[in-house]
Design a binder for this molecule. Structure first.
Ligand code: GAP
Length: 509
């Protein structure tokens, strides 16, 4: 774990050194939990967006995309329940003066207990070798049984406390489990309090006529309030989906782990409107479809798992997270929620407008049910970056999925003379219409390869003296470092096959 933390620190510095992610307004010492994407980060982020957008809108003929405003009528957030209930339970440690989310403290404590069992199991596996029967060991070993009972008791109390928003009980659990502050190591805790996560601002210049607005904490509501507009103008038939990518804002109190939890971030959300009663089928469909989308990136299938929610939000009848194995543990990258007709019904109630669908197949008019897929763009970025980072004997390489790489092809003249730069530029001028290419002539060829390894460029071509006569260049592949001689004329089709989004999209089909 400590080793993973070290790697994570290196990934963060690599991201900065190579123009992927910078602390926001760094010249003023930065702003906590806010980050800027640099020249390579912006490209990688755009490529992830394209992959998601095209997977949604091009692979599904019944999904269309919109781009709603960040500011919304303030009643939106009353109707959605965010004004009253978008809260985190917070607790302070009096000695360290640090503030924590009470639910996260308890979840981390539970994860430690689960680790304890996993260690016992591994120890026994080594001791018994091939004859080891894990299930039997878990069912009979006294230490494992005792810890498992502790976990079960804790889980039951925790879920009940969350379901009843019982803040006193949450504090009691922290005390009873002997959870200490990670900084001070003490148990001197304050009471648990609710804290609303929405940022407020004002519309209008004069304080007296200004009205309170919120920066949207999720993009989904921009889709719900446009349901009728899109359904009517697009003549959409249920089931259909509306997709959107955009900024969301949350006043996260405990913002940690680099771009994993930020105060300003981007979501890629899709609301899928279905006939009531069919939502569970679609929930299953979207669970599998979204897992496929993630796995197509080739970062390692075993790094993903579903985590079904123990506490369902009041509007949901099913919810699961797709978790990814980050260097700091298995954490949520995407939420998939069956949101029933809650949001549309609430907007119907608060706006006084009928938000219905007339189903010609059943001759009924109803408020559609919704299955939502909601993936964090920044978390997807972090997942791709962390899983691609590799330290090798004489280089650091980002093994990014080729279609997501900021630069697809580096064109490098072997020397800065003898007509090689001119030919290299000619190659670049032909290929730049299809791929993000970069021209570089400074430093030795080895140094140039290393620079491109570090930003994840999947291919480099080197133009040498032979190229002038035989019309061929050396194509070097990032991961294998293999070099092959290829005709200049074949570069376009060779690259198209390897670096276009099509190769990723096909895996979703
Ligand atoms: N509309 C549903 C919704 O917003 P959520 O589980 O709160 O659900 C969805 O958020 C996704 O948004 C998460 O899985 C995560 O990837 C991303 N996300 C949420 N809060 C975030 C934060 N503070 N920083 C970065 N990403 C965040």
């Amino acid at each position: 774990m400590a080793q993973d933390q070290d790697i994570f620190k290196k990934i963060i510095s690599h991201a900065k050194e190579y123009g992927f992610v910078f602390p926001s307004s760094e010249i003023y010492d930065g702003l906590s939990a806010v980050y800027d994407y640099g020249q390579n980060g912006a490209e990688l982020k755009n490529n992830i967006k394209q992959y998601w957008w095209q997977a949604m809108t091009m692979l599904h003929e019944n999904i269309v995309g919109i781009d709603a405003a960040i500011f919304m009528h303030p009643t939106t957030w009353k109707a959605s329940g965010h004004v009253d209930a978008f809260n985190d339970p917070l607790i302070d440690n009096r000695d360290s003066k640090k503030r924590y989310r009470a639910d996260v403290l308890i979840e981390e404590h539970r994860a430690k207990l689960e680790d304890k069992i996993a260690k016992e199991v591994e120890k026994a596996r080594k001791r018994f070798g091939e004859q080891f029967d894990e299930q039997k060991f878990r069912e009979t070993n006294a230490r494992v049984l005792e810890t498992q009972q502790q976990i079960d008791r804790l889980t039951q109390r925790f879920v009940e406390a969350l379901n009843q928003s019982d803040l006193v009980e949450l504090k009691r659990i922290i005390e009873d489990e002997g959870i200490v502050c990670p900084i001070s190591g003490t148990r001197d805790w304050t009471d648990v309090r609710q804290f609303n996560l929405m940022f407020e601002t004002q519309l209008g210049s004069l304080a007296e006529d200004a009205s309170k607005l919120y920066l949207r904490p999720e993009t989904a509501q921009g889709i719900f309030v446009n349901y009728l507009n899109v359904q009517k103008t697009g003549r959409m038939k249920i089931p259909f989906g509306i997709a959107q990518i955009g900024k969301a804002f949350r006043n996260e109190i405990v913002a940690r782990q680099f771009i994993f939890r930020m105060r300003e971030f981007e979501q890629m959300e899709m609301q899928f409107f279905v006939r009531p009663g069919q939502e569970m089928e679609w929930f299953e469909f979207w669970k599998q479809a979204r897992m496929k989308w993630h796995r197509a990136l080739g970062l390692g299938d075993s790094k993903y798992r579903f985590h079904d929610h123990e506490k369902l939000a009041h509007y949901a009848n099913a919810a699961t997270d797709i978790e990814f194995q980050f260097p700091f543990g298995s954490k949520e990258v995407e939420g998939i929620h069956s949101r029933t007709d809650f949001d549309l019904s609430q907007h119907e109630k608060f706006s006084g407008k009928k938000i219905r669908y007339f189903d010609p197949e059943t001759n009924e008019s109803y408020v559609p049910y919704v299955v939502e897929t909601s993936v964090g763009l920044d978390r997807t970025f972090l997942k791709v970056l962390a899983a691609s980072y590799a330290e090798e004997a004489d280089r650091v390489v980002l093994r990014l999925p080729a279609p997501l790489a900021p630069v697809k092809l580096a064109v490098l003249p072997l020397v800065k003379k003898d007509g090689l730069p001119e030919l290299a530029r000619k190659i670049l001028d032909t290929l730049k219409f299809d791929f993000a290419c970069q021209y570089e002539e400074k430093d030795s060829i080895g140094k140039r390869y290393r620079r491109h390894d570090a930003i994840g460029t999947p291919y480099c071509v080197t133009v040498d003296h032979d190229s002038l006569n035989d019309g061929q260049v050396t194509l070097r592949e990032r991961d294998s470092m293999e070099q092959t001689r290829v005709p200049i004329d074949s570069l376009r089709s060779l690259l198209a096959e390897k670096v276009s989004l099509r190769s990723l999209l096909e895996k979703n089909g």
